[in-house]
Ligand binder design. Structure first.
Ligand SMILES: *Cc1c(COP(=O)(O)O)cnc(C)c1O
Length: 374
């Protein structure tokens, strides 16, 4: 075991070589067109549509504004069923649209919204479902679509973790009415800040374009109280560069995850998620779950112990969104209604995983965990 001199974070962004960035910047400088659907913006939308094999990609300034706009473009109101086990932005996007979040528990296999518990949470005010492909593992998309169809609900996926993930060869972002991606620095594909909405028809794409640009539909026409959620040319250029390295990024992530899985597979008290049979996974995160009784230490003890060795793991997603002050008094937000999410939030610890993480660190992290077990 060793203690790295500098702290190792749970993630570190992939950055393309600086000379390549400079060449892209030169193009922006030459064109003097910085935002408002510039050349890089158009090109990145086209390349992402091809890469993800989806009909339309509408780029946004970040994933949160993309979520806010996705809810607006479908005119979702009233109540929306969502998961408490996510990053806060999922629920905040509902709040910013004056929509009441209705929290439904997760299933224990992949920690995603449990379709079997969705139906009983539907009321006359329900207009949509907002599940999250947590850690990039697919939700039960067929079952959720079935429920959405029966009850006439919109289905929007928060796919912030799911860039590049495929299920039976099909991009996960192709499911539902809309999917929302985040290209934040911490995500598997980043544009510093950024995001996108995946949609299936030209009209919706056009409406998203209005909404992300103040509602402008022409020089003097405003068709909606839109917001400013445009992606700028710097971000788009970074995306174009990053995309060239995506195969390498995913291969490095897979190697790290496979090493963790190999080394941790026989450790009592520690479990992890294994990608489903027909899933091309992106290894965006490597969460482990600490069963305190079997491991002899709690998740928080292990978190602190790894921190003392300069490995800064993160407890994604703890606390649950439903436990934050602004949401905790909502009907259904109480822990007794969310037993699986409540347990998982106490057990989860995300270990470091990023393309430039050397395998010696993976071995070291596992050694630290092993030697700490009681
Ligand atoms: C990162 C993230 C977001 C927000 O994306 P930003 O681009 O940071 O605004 C939304 N939902 C989930 C699940 C996320 O992890």
């Amino acid at each position: 075991m060793f203690k790295p001199k500098e702290p190792i974070n749970v993630t570190q962004p992939f950055l393309p070589p600086l000379p390549e960035v400079t060449a892209f910047m030169q193009e922006i400088w030459d064109r003097k067109w910085l935002t408002n659907s510039g050349a890089f913006h158009k090109e990145l939308e086209a390349q992402l549509a091809q890469y993800l094999n989806v009909p339309y990609v509408a780029l946004c300034a970040n994933g949160t504004l993309a979520l806010v706009i996705a809810l607006q473009v479908l005119r979702i109101t009233g109540e929306v069923i969502t998961t408490p086990f996510s990053f806060v932005a999922t629920t905040h996007a509902l709040w910013w649209n004056n929509i009441r979040p209705v929290f439904v528990d997760i299933e224990p296999e992949f920690c995603n919204l449990d379709p079997e518990k969705v139906e009983s949470a539907i009321t006359p005010k329900t207009t949509g479902i907002l599940p999250v492909h947590v850690y990039g593992h697919p939700c039960q998309v067929e079952r959720l679509q079935e429920i959405a169809d029966i009850y006439g609900l919109h289905l929007i996926y928060d796919a912030a973790h799911a860039f590049g993930v495929k299920q039976a060869g099909r991009s996960l972002t192709d499911f539902g009415d809309l999917s929302v991606l985040s290209f934040h620095a911490t995500k598997a594909f980043n544009t510093f800040e950024g995001g996108a909405i995946i949609c299936h028809d030209e009209r919706t794409y056009q409406r998203i374009n209005y909404l992300k640009n103040f509602g402008f539909a022409g020089e003097t026409t405003v068709v909606a109280p839109g917001i400013n959620a445009k992606m700028n040319e710097f971000q788009a250029g970074m995306g174009l560069l990053q995309l060239q390295y995506m195969d390498e990024i995913l291969a490095k992530r897979a190697a790290i995850a496979n090493r963790y899985m190999e080394l941790l597979s026989s450790m009592e008290g520690i479990s992890f998620l294994t990608p489903g049979p027909q899933v091309d996974y992106n290894y965006a995160y490597f969460p482990i779950f600490v069963d305190a009784a079997a491991f002899g230490r709690t998740r928080n003890e292990l978190y602190e112990h790894l921190k003392s060795y300069n490995y800064l793991c993160r407890r994604y997603f703890y606390p649950l969104i439903s436990s934050f002050n602004m949401y905790k008094s909502l009907p259904g937000a109480e822990p007794s209604n969310l037993p699986t999410a409540t347990r998982v939030a106490e057990e989860v610890l995300c270990l470091p995983i990023f393309p430039d993480l050397g395998l010696e660190h993976v071995d070291n992290v596992v050694e630290i965990i092993t030697s700490y077990k009681k």
